[in-house]
Design a protein around this ligand. Structure first.
Ligand code: ADP
Ligand code: MG
Length: 361
């Protein structure tokens, strides 16, 4: 092999598959490198036909070889693995599947975002918290456990299906730096999901056991409102689940949230803290805070449960607009007050998650 070819392979060894998080060369995805005059042709084998990441992989390969002396053009030739090749890769990856999420002794912190009532901003908090934690340099997964009322795909701007390598190996979809899985990626929007308890439990089990999460620092779980099957399944399957309770300042919302808090304790989840959402409105011209709801629900709830108040989030049009457009405010508008508040919540969560873990037996 010439020195130039060696250098080409070395550089290709740094191109990662965006969803398997391993170098293409290691995954057997680089079939050949041909050098003709000054033109390099790299043949890349994708895991499945119509791979949604085709364009991304192509451009990453080109970027890796850009500016290489003695190379004036890079052509990426894309083919697809045969069923046998895919099976072989699946076998090789299988040991990695029992990932950080369900394995004992892993470093992952599972953050279950819950609330008593719907509509208090649980999904909004889950998505922006996940983004804010990833901005602290952490590796973050986001599991949408709200099977019937999923909203994560829209909020984070994902409209494609996950790559399924085999029926027990699903790759989470990457968006805004985090890895996401949701029922909403598996059914068409507008299709009502009407599954019974056991099927729902099975799907959740799959999301935890068959999704290749890799080594995560945090798995943020957006859960459906209230208590129930989902909460119990999550508690049984996820080690060290820690609950972040979302409430509004209204006393009623806080009261329901207390029940969720007690339920969490019952099933063995730790309560990490409380996030109060829709706490205040900031006047655009004078900067004063005004309250929309009577009550001090977040603080009262935190006190009642003996956990910290992790943050107070204002009502802002850019927060809901970010959710509607798939551009979470924590990502798209990092200088906004909302993004700063989510960053603060992420830091508070990080401090509390560490404290709780350290205090655990
Ligand atoms: N702090 C906020 N400021 C403005 N709009 C918000 C805020 N929090 C939530 N919303 C909006 O309220 C609605 C309900 O929020 P969502 O996160 O879906 O609640 P839940 O998951 O608890 O049902 C969404 O349209 C969302 O954009
Ligand atoms: Mg929701």
């Amino acid at each position: 092999m010439s020195q130039l070819e060696e250098e080409i392979w070395r550089r290709l060894g740094q191109v990662m598959d965006p969803e398997l998080h391993r170098p293409l060369t290691e995954l057997g995805m680089v079939e050949a490198v041909r050098l003709h005059r000054q033109e390099v042709t790299v043949t890349v084998k994708l895991t499945i036909a119509g791979c949604p990441l085709k364009a991304r992989i192509e451009s990453d390969v080109k970027a890796a070889l850009a500016g290489l002396e003695g190379v004036s053009a890079v052509v990426v030739d894309v083919t697809v693995m045969t069923a046998d090749e895919r099976q072989k890769l699946t076998q090789e990856l299988r040991p990695l599947r029992h990932s950080s999420v369900t394995r004992d002794g892993s470093r992952v912190r599972v953050l279950i975002v819950g609330s008593g009532k719907g509509g208090v901003g649980k999904s909004t908090v889950a998505v922006n918290l996940a983004v804010a934690l990833s901005q602290l340099g952490r590796t973050v997964g986001l599991l949408d456990a709200d099977i019937y009322g999923f909203s994560v795909p829209r909020m984070i701007g994902v409209d494609r299906r996950p790559v399924v390598l085999s029926d027990d190996m699903i790759l989470p979809v990457e968006a805004h730096g985090i890895q996401v899985i949701s029922m909403g990626m598996l059914v068409d929007e507008g299709t009502p999901v009407m599954w019974r308890g056991p099927m729902l439990t099975k799907l959740l089990e799959q999301f935890m056991g068959d999704v290749m999460w890799g080594e995560l620092d945090y798995l943020v779980v957006d859960s459906p409102p209230g208590t129930g099957d989902v909460a119990i399944t999550l508690a049984q399957r996820l080690h060290q689940g820690q609950v972040v309770l979302v409430t509004t300042p209204q006393a009623a919302a806080a009261k329901v949230a207390v029940r969720v808090g007690e339920m969490a304790k019952k099933v063995g989840q730790r309560l990490l803290g409380v996030v109060e959402n829709m706490s205040y409105l900031r006047c655009e011209s004078c900067g004063a805070e005004s309250r929309l709801f009577a009550g001090d629900g977040g603080k009262e709830l935190a006190e009642a449960l003996g956990v910290p108040l992790l943050g107070r989030i204002p009502v802002q049009a850019e927060i809901s607009a970010g959710g509607d457009s798939g551009q979470p405010v924590a990502w798209a508008r990092p200088d906004s007050e909302a993004a700063q508040v989510f960053a603060q919540v992420a830091r508070a969560v990080e401090a509390a998650a560490w404290e709780v873990a350290a205090a655990a037996p």
